[in-house]
Design a protein around this ligand. Structure first.
Ligand SMILES: [Fe+2]
Ligand SMILES: [Fe+2]
Ligand SMILES: [Zn+2]
Length: 500
């Protein structure tokens, strides 16, 4: 056989790997490919955006893993946990961990689902690689907890927490929604809306906060995960362009998916807003600025300008998210504070420097949020709500968002379906509910399920068992045993001494 050039070799190793079914009908083999109304004319002309053969992929990834594990080993050997500037940081890491790790695993499943049901080689090769990336992320994150669990609470039973905790139903409902959508919708949901629009804001600001507070281990997790994201973003972009260019009839379908998944993604990022603005004692950037850079400038003002030629406009509820940037993190932190006794991570009493930073960055903070947080000054559980929240039927966040045009009013929306009333947190979520009420009416509503005895009848004791945690793992950080242990560890290492 004649020797192949680079291009042919690449093609041979990433294309021509499929056959067309002959013994069975195409529609039987690919039952979902025509279900969503997407029209494909000649998708074979689409190039795989990764431009990577499998052997190169493995080489690059193993190098990255080697770098990450070297940093992690050094961190573990040098008592890195005792050296961060404030242990409350780890409460944020726990929130991140419990929400993101199961999300990574589900992203892996989603990629294999998309690859199975969309018979386009370029998409298949890309999802094949990304499925492996996502399982790598899930494993790195589990390895991270395995070590952190020796020092901190909350992560020792993450399987149960991920399965049953009310907080995790936010991530869970998001990925379940994508996995029960058709394969093209799932592709737009994850590869475009999640990866392209939002992952920069997920990994960059929080990883730089990790660096700023001295958590080298977590900064390394963020960096190694983020290094795969440029490929995931490239898949999202090229898949979107491919579907838009294949046929004009695809455009309104895609516009609806963009409207829906922009809002779905934006809502799960509410927790990330608190991880940027609240948990780190030193903040390199605010949520508001990060949102302006990564979403408003790069996506709305940059990318969506290029989409106009296809007839694609900004996501329907883009304007609402722009308004919410003024208070998104404060409002979400207040929600987390209300239920901090029922979580596997804690809230914390704000310190004077926190009040100062928040007031400087956010004109609305002083009037609308500072008074709430000051209630905890004398009693750290002053703001705790009894029981569990009523949540949005779509995004599963508590229905506790204010109307941005009138902060004194709740934004909660109601819809009727089959003689029942369903509440959603915002017009964005209501729009999604009203489009597919039969889907969202299936909600597994944590508060209702617990009260119905689904997870045991001895409340709240059985609940904590189901979540895999104890009441001591929730509550307030600075008054916790975990904080006392951290201070003791520092004393033991001599880190409490001031030298100048
Ligand atoms: Fe990932
Ligand atoms: Fe990703
Ligand atoms: Zn919602």
């Amino acid at each position: 056989m004649a020797k192949m050039g680079i291009k042919e070799k690449y093609h041979a190793m990433t294309r021509d790997l499929m056959w067309d079914p002959k013994d069975y009908d195409y529609r039987t083999v690919y039952p979902l490919v025509e279900k969503e109304g997407i029209i494909l004319k000649d998708p074979s002309r689409w190039e795989d955006p990764f431009r990577l053969a499998y052997n190169q992929y493995v080489k690059v990834q193993s190098e990255k893993d080697g770098i990450y594990h070297t940093v992690r080993n050094a961190f573990e050997a040098n008592d890195g946990h005792a050296r961060v500037i404030d242990s409350r940081w780890y409460e944020g890491v726990k929130a991140f961990a419990s929400a993101v790790q199961p999300g990574e695993y589900m992203a892996h499943r989603l990629m294999t689902y998309i690859g199975r049901h969309i018979p386009i080689e370029a998409v298949r090769f890309a999802t094949f690689n990304q499925a492996m990336d996502e399982i790598r992320h899930a494993q790195i994150e589990i390895k991270h907890y395995a070590h952190m669990s020796k020092m901190i609470d909350g992560l020792h039973n993450y399987q149960k927490t991920g399965q049953n905790s009310w907080f995790n139903t936010v991530t869970k409902s998001f990925f379940d929604d994508a996995l029960t959508a058709g394969p093209f919708e799932a592709l737009i949901a994850i590869s475009f809306s999640f990866e392209y629009v939002f992952t920069n804001i997920l990994f960059l600001p929080f990883a730089s906060s990790a660096g700023a507070v001295g958590d080298e281990n977590f900064a390394a997790v963020g960096k190694t995960v983020q290094s795969d994201e440029s490929r995931h973003m490239a898949l999202g972009m090229s898949a979107l362009k491919m579907l838009l260019e294949e046929d004009d009839r695809n455009i309104p379908i895609i516009q609806y998916w963009i409207d829906k998944w922009y809002w779905r993604c934006y809502r799960i990022f509410s927790v990330i807003a608190t991880l940027v603005d609240y948990y780190p004692r030193i903040r390199p950037i605010s949520w508001k600025k990060a949102f302006e850079i990564y979403v408003e400038e790069q996506v709305f003002n940059g990318l969506f300008k290029d989409f106009r030629k296809y007839g694609i406009r900004l996501p329907k509820f883009a304007e609402d998210s722009i308004k919410e940037k003024e208070y998104y993190s404060h409002n979400t932190m207040r929600i987390l504070d209300h239920y901090k006794h029922a979580n596997m991570f804690r809230g914390f009493k704000l310190q004077p420097d926190d009040y100062e930073w928040l007031a400087n960055e956010y004109p609305l903070f002083e009037e609308h949020y500072a008074p709430y947080f000051h209630r905890s000054d004398d009693n750290v559980l002053a703001g705790a709500s009894k029981g569990l929240p009523g949540v949005c039927t779509v995004c599963h966040l508590p229905n506790e968002f204010p109307n941005p045009d009138n902060m004194a009013e709740r934004w909660t929306q109601l819809s009727e379906y089959n003689n029942k009333t369903y509440a959603t947190c915002s017009p964005g979520c209501k729009h999604i509910f009203d489009h597919e009420p039969e889907k969202y009416a299936q909600i597994w509503w944590p508060a209702e399920a617990y009260v119905n005895g689904e997870l045991g009848t001895d409340l709240p004791g059985d609940l904590f068992k189901a979540w895999g945690t104890t009441p001591e793992e929730g509550g307030e950080h600075y008054s916790s045993d975990e904080h006392a242990r951290w201070l003791e560890h520092r004393r033991h290492l001599g880190l409490d001494k001031k030298y100048f």
